[in-house]
Write a new protein. Structure first.
Ligand code: SF4
Length: 361
């Protein structure tokens, strides 16, 4: 039986079983209580690369500060980054901001419902377009993320090479998506199954509402499908961040434009090792402003993509007479309003405990 025939045979059974399960088992997430495309778009952007439990508070704060596309478009970029601070992958925040401005300019602030317009927005790839169009407008659009690749690979016992799995999953997802109505519920149900039952390492097949139609389970392949992507070997990096205090203020430097975490603020940080050209792209080997190191305040770990960072937090004393252009003295009590890197939050915790964490707690 071809995959297409199999999809046709399974389709109605899968849809019935999965949707019935989703209706009773879905998590109560705040963006599931709205059909506002703007609010759904923000949730989808935040949930990429970030756990849903973390997203809930960020999403509520973001929507409170920027309740509409127009409010987001009118904001300064540093305000948007400050609210994003701690979520990582800051490109997402910059893209949201740029897309909001484009929506105001071209669509009078109304989130577009035409697929070709949604797909033109900065940062909106096929997944996000499918999610917003299907969930907010119930358009018959498919979507594929890591959860969907995993679920479909198991349903159909597809052993695709990691490089081909996404393209295969898109084809199947398009065949399975209900039309003309019901795509939003279906897509969410598919992702929910992947997130809560059909998990990467140990799928809970005993609790699965579609176990009876799952080829991988029948063949005993659920633990090995889909094939994992080969992982990049981690690069070990050692950094030193300096906490320089003066009159209830601390010294911050802004990350350079165009690189990782561009425009965000951090404690002055240098890279101790490795000192090769590849690692030096993350942090400079020398500071722009001379700082003399003092007592060690602690050591913490941090990860940036495949870099495994050992971060030493040290007191420092500024030696220079004037500040470089992208350095500032910042009131400790105002730090939560600045767009800090995730690592800066860890430095704060090491140096001052929870009192001066970046988020409003
Ligand atoms: S039966 Fe198991 S492997 Fe198959 S979809 Fe359900 S949880 Fe995933």
């Amino acid at each position: 039986m071809s995959r297409t025939e199999l999809a046709a045979t399974k389709r109605s059974d899968l849809q019935r079983s999965l949707l019935a399960w989703y209706a009773g088992a879905k998590r109560d997430l705040p963006w599931r209580r709205t059909r506002d495309p703007y609010a759904i778009w923000i949730s989808e952007a935040m949930a990429q690369q970030t756990r849903v439990e973390v997203v809930v508070d960020y999403w509520a704060r973001f929507l409170e500060r920027f309740p509409t596309v127009s409010a987001l478009a009118a904001a300064r970029e540093d305000e948007v980054l400050a609210l994003w601070s701690g979520l990582g992958y800051y490109r997402r925040a910059r893209d949201l901001h740029a897309a909001a401005r484009l929506i105001v300019e071209r669509f009078a602030g109304q989130f577009p419902s035409a697929p070709e317009h949604v797909r033109e927005l900065p940062g909106v790839g096929p997944y996000t377009a499918g999610a917003v169009l299907s969930i907010a407008f119930d358009a018959p659009e498919a979507l594929v993320d890591g959860n969907v690749v995993r679920v479909l690979s198991r349903w159909f016992a597809k052993d695709a090479a990691p490089s081909a799995a996404q393209a295969w999953a898109w084809e199947v997802a398009r065949e399975l998506v209900p039309a003309p109505r019901g795509a939003g519920e279906w897509n969410q149900a598919l992702m929910e199954l992947g997130a809560t039952v059909c998990s990467p390492r140990v799928p809970d097949c005993a609790a699965c509402p579609v176990a009876h139609a799952c080829a991988a389970r029948e063949l005993g392949l659920q633990a090995v499908l889909p094939r994992p992507k080969p992982r990049k070997a981690p690069v070990e990096v050692e950094l030193v961040a300096f906490v320089v205090e003066r009159n209830s203020k601390v010294l911050l430097e802004q990350r350079p434009a165009g690189g990782r975490m561009a425009g965000l603020w951090q404690f002055p940080t240098v890279q101790k090792s490795p000192r090769g050209a590849r690692a030096a792209k993350l942090f400079p080997l020398e500071l722009e402003c001379e700082i003399r190191g003092g007592d060690e305040l602690g050591v913490t770990a941090h990860g940036i993509t495949h870099h495994r960072i050992r971060l030493v937090v040290q007191r420092g004393t500024m030696r220079a007479r004037s500040l470089p252009a992208h350095w500032r003295w910042v009131e400790l009590d105002a730090l939560h309003t600045w767009a800090l890197t995730g690592m800066a939050a860890k430095v704060l915790a090491q140096a001052f405990g929870r009192k001066h964490r970046r988020t409003r707690e």
